[in-house]
Design a protein around this ligand. Structure first.
Ligand code: M6R
Length: 603
């Protein structure tokens, strides 16, 4: 969690750091800060809330970097883990000699703090991060050498972290370390420039080549260039930020909903050819000796995985289970080598999913990650990576990541079915035909968007929402409820429709809103009975279906298609739009909902 940036060079470093932090704001926005070292003088600015608050604070100060010839700076946007979001707890943290920004968690900070307190160190914040500058001070006082003091400091730290540290004693250097949390470094396009960021988006346009640091790598950036503790691999940076702009939409989330038809097409490119499903990323022998698939993920990615578990069993005829990564990790799971282990993650950095992947790999299982971010931690660990090609997803509420994950997983189910000979050629051709129709089902129709906008007025109050569905429409119901919760802050639950009568139906009254997913091509009569039961008990019903349902208080008419998976994507768009419009009506921040961050790199 959190985002860090660093810069040294001849440009206005203040603005470069602020722009970089804005790119990373989706990782956390409880507070932000920067430290700039110019001509031996250090300026620190911190503000609670979004980067804009920090920018205003700097603009309202007398500070001016425009005339400086060379400067060094580090910046941070925070998602609080230890200590409240206050200026005191915001980064950079400062000690007698150094300033630090940190992404991740120092697990042994209490022990270090207690030890340093016996040596007279006084701590002012509630954070784990502050121990870094005190440790540095402790060692620097003994050896008077910044590089050695930094090395001794990082050797004491346990946990997952990336760090940038600047010192007063050697003001032309940035010390850095990566262990468990992402950190990238690049030479800038202008002479003498070096840039750091916890993901590559702040570097795009400012540099051409990048090093995504491996765990355990540390080093020094100075006017002489970069020194690394071990050999590193240079990669080419993407050169376009166009994905990261809103393209005239009100929110990134809205843009990303509208983009789904295109990115899903991209995710199929080259993978459907010659009337077959191909995954060049997968080995032909992958399924040899495999009797079971186990999936692990969190949040929306978990919902894509749950959807896939139906498809793997239905199409590939292989036993498939799915678990929430944070539960999986601590249940002493039985891992046998006849299991193919699949993790799903938009970011590739989610701490719990990453750990689950490491556990499976260490147990000798074959592992695959379905991921949207190349060069992310998970892609570097898994045996195989299937990229979802959704482009940068900025909205905290995941949308296009889910649709691309689901399509890719569906294609994998067909690929495995073919290898395992559990699908006839005719059936495969039929599924491919349907897959090709998915972009059309994801296309946002004006009338549907307008209907969601109008309905959002009605569904603002009440004591809760139940999203109900059966089969793959159950995970879709979970996803609809999660979308609503995270951006509207209204209570919502996703439930298997047939399970309502085993308890939740007791809640039914006009103030209970039921969002019913009623596909024509999968158990229509069954879901219809479940909704009738709720309607008979006065729950307010909003039915989403291609078929008119007279008992519904409100009805969102999706296009008629000839397959339940196409209905799935038609309904997905409705759920995304409905939650977005409710959030807008409530005046919430759609792209950066409270208490959340885009990438959850703490457990
Ligand atoms: O990057 P990941 O897919 O691993 O992230 C998992 C969840 O944190 C994520 O899906 C989260 O639930 C989203 N905010 C949902 O919209």
């Amino acid at each position: 969690m959190c985002g860090i940036v660093g810069y040294m060079g001849h440009q206005n470093s203040n603005q470069i750091l602020l722009d970089g932090l804005k790119d990373l704001e989706y990782r956390g926005y409880d507070s932000a800060g920067i430290a700039l070292l110019e001509d031996g003088k250090i300026n620190v600015f911190k503000a609670v809330g979004k980067i804009k608050n920090l920018e205003d604070k700097i603009n309202n100060s007398t500070f001016d970097t425009k005339n400086s010839t060379f400067s060094i700076g580090i910046g941070h946007t925070r998602w609080a883990t230890h200590g409240k979001p206050t200026e005191l707890n915001a980064h950079p943290h400062s000690g007698a000699y150094s300033y630090v920004v940190h992404n991740g968690i120092i697990e042994n900070y209490k022990e270090i703090k207690a030890e340093l307190e016996t040596h007279g160190h006084k701590f002012v914040s509630q954070t784990d991060t502050e121990v870094i500058v005190h440790l540095f001070e402790f060692y620097f006082n003994q050896i008077k050498d910044a590089a050695k003091a930094f090395k001794q400091t990082i050797q004491r730290l346990e946990g997952a972290y990336s760090i940038l540290l600047i010192t007063k004693s050697e003001p032309n250097k940035i010390f850095f370390m990566k262990h468990g949390s992402p950190l990238a470094v690049a030479y800038g396009n202008n002479t003498g420039e070096i840039l750091f960021a916890s993901s590559d988006s702040p570097l795009i346009g400012l540099a051409s080549n990048v090093v995504y640091l491996e765990d355990g790598v540390y080093g020094i950036a100075s006017t002489n260039g970069l020194i690394f503790s071990q050999d590193v691999k240079w990669d080419i940076l993407p050169n376009s930020k166009q994905f990261a702009q809103k393209d005239g939409f009100r929110f990134f989330m809205e843009k990303e909903i509208y983009e789904q038809q295109d990115v899903v097409t991209d995710s199929m490119l080259g993978r459907i050819a010659d009337k077959q499903i191909n995954f060049d990323e997968l080995d032909d022998t992958l399924m040899d000796g495999i009797n079971e698939i186990r999936i692990c993920a969190c949040g929306t990615s978990y919902h894509a995985g749950l959807t896939a578990s139906y498809l793997f069993e239905r199409l590939s005829k292989i036993r498939c289970s799915i678990e929430i990564a944070s539960e999986f990790r601590y249940k002493d799971p039985l891992l046998t080598k006849d299991t193919l282990f699949i993790v799903i993650s938009q970011s590739g950095e989610t701490a719990d999913t990453l750990e689950a992947l490491k556990m499976a790999k260490n147990a000798g299982l074959k592992t695959i990650v379905v991921c949207n971010v190349d060069n992310s931690s998970m892609t570097r660990i898994a045996h195989s990576t299937i990229l979802t090609r959704a482009g940068i997803e900025k909205g905290v509420a995941s949308t296009k990541a889910f649709s691309t994950q689901t399509v890719v997983l569906w294609m994998m189910a067909l690929y495995f079915a073919k290898i395992r000979k559990t699908i006839t050629d005719d059936k495969l051709q039929e599924e491919i035909r349907i897959l090709r129709e998915v972009p059309n089902s994801l296309k946002v129709e004006n009338e549907v968007h307008e209907k969601c906008r109008r309905l959002s007025k009605r569904y603002l109050h009440g004591h809760g929402f139940f999203f109900i569905g059966r089969d793959v429409f159950f995970p879709l119901a979970l996803e609809g409820a999660l979308k609503l919760k995270e951006i509207s802050y209204l209570h919502a639950e996703g439930y298997p429709a047939g399970e309502m009568k085993h308890g939740p139906i007791a809640l039914a009254d006009p103030e209970l809103f039921t969002i019913a997913l009623m596909p024509q091509h999968l158990h229509y009569e069954k879901i219809k009975s479940n909704v009738e039961e709720l309607s008979a008990r006065d729950s307010t019903i909003c039915a989403i279906s291609p078929l008119r349902f007279d008992l519904a208080d409100d009805f969102i008419n999706t296009k008629k298609t000839d397959h339940y998976m196409l209905e799935f994507f038609e309904m997905l768009v409705v759920l995304q739009l409905l939650s977005m419009e409710i959030s807008v009506r409530l005046g919430n921040d759609v792209d950066m909902p409270r208490n959340l961050a885009k990438s959850v790199t703490v457990e």
